[in-house]
Design a protein around this ligand. Structure first.
Ligand code: CP
Length: 316
């Protein structure tokens, strides 16, 4: 099996296919732990993991916390509202103080792209990117890819369509890198104003026509429409967006494969980008994505902390 050597997990753009496969294989071996009556193994006993979320989160934060606890690590959640950042302390000073408390890993979500990369360069503990601005959300894409592989048996050759606000989506970017490295054909679909300007530089097919975006797809990953973007005039109204790009049973019947798999990273705007009958329907794997998130994050924590230990031993 390929060795994992990275102390940090910052994005999928920098990983190769073997590294992604290693995370998926490790996650598969951890998944069973969460089905036991006693959902705990001693793998990371004695390790301290800090969760620092500068943006709201339900899934990612609780999933990382449960993953760490199921591996017997100690966890500390810091709320930005009660941290000294509110008193004007710089991000770097805050993190250097956390580092001085001998922690092993910091999981960070931040609204600015690149924050995790900057911290990783100047910090000893492992840094895991839990979403940075519009840049990457690597563990979301890994759990998406894990779920697709579990359901479809493989990734290579599959047609995966990502529908919605591609421009502002870190989930879309991480999925594009991860899926294409494993040999999937990725199509992105959304209004022209919600497609990134440099999208042609990415290894994807692009369309603004929902019927074309759905046609031939084995998997459709529906993205949250970020309501706050409406103020910037990027689409006329939520009603019009729902009419043109909302995924409904009728549109799936008309345009998509009969057994198409429906995904959504959450949180969902029911009735806007996806109708409740699709979200809760028989082809939806949305809650299975959430379940798989724990196994994937257990794998990531295990691999980066093991690599961090190896790096420290080499330095001694
Ligand atoms: N998918 C996702 O990142 O959800 P949260 O914002 O709830 O973490």
């Amino acid at each position: 099996m390929e060795e994992w050597t990275r102390k940090d997990l910052l994005g999928l753009q920098e990983l190769d296919s073997k590294e992604i496969e290693l995370i998926l294989q490790t996650a598969a071996s951890f998944k069973e732990i969460s089905t036991r009556a006693v959902k705990k193994v001693p793998t990371l006993r004695g390790k301290t993991i800090v969760l620092f979320f500068f943006e709201p989160s339900t899934r990612t934060r609780s999933s990382f916390e449960l993953a760490a606890k199921r591996l017997s690590a100690d966890t500390l959640s810091i709320a930005t509202s009660s941290s000294a950042i509110q008193k004007g302390e710089t991000l770097k000073d805050t993190f250097k103080n956390i580092e001085a408390m001998q922690v092993d890993c910091i999981i960070i979500r931040h609204s600015s792209s690149g924050v995790a990369h900057v911290l990783a360069k100047c910090m000893g503990p492992s840094i895991i990117n839990a979403g940075d601005g519009c840049h990457e959300h690597p563990t979301q894409a890994l759990l998406d890819i894990f779920t697709i592989k579990e359901k479809k048996g493989h990734i290579k050759g599959l047609n995966v369509s990502i529908i919605g606000d591609i421009s502002h989506s870190r989930v879309a970017r991480s999925n594009i890198w991860g899926l294409t490295k494993l040999g999937a054909n990725v199509t992105v679909c959304g209004p022209k104003t919600l497609l990134p300007k440099d999208i042609e530089k990415m290894p994807v097919k692009v369309t603004t026509d929902l019927a074309e975006g759905m046609k031939g797809a084995d998997v459709i990953n529906v993205l949250r429409i970020q309501k706050e973007r409406q103020k910037a005039g990027l689409f006329p109204s939520l009603r019009e967006y729902a009419m043109r790009f909302g995924v409904t049973t009728e549109k799936l019947k008309n345009y998509a494969k009969e057994d198409v798999m429906i995904m959504h990273p959450g949180p969902m705007n029911r009735g806007i980008e996806i109708t409740p009958d699709v979200a809760d329907g028989k082809y939806s794997v949305i809650l299975e994505q959430v379940t798989n998130g724990i196994a994937v994050r257990m794998a990531v924590l295990y691999l980066v902390l093991q690599a961090g230990d190896d790096e420290q031993q080499e330095q001694q």
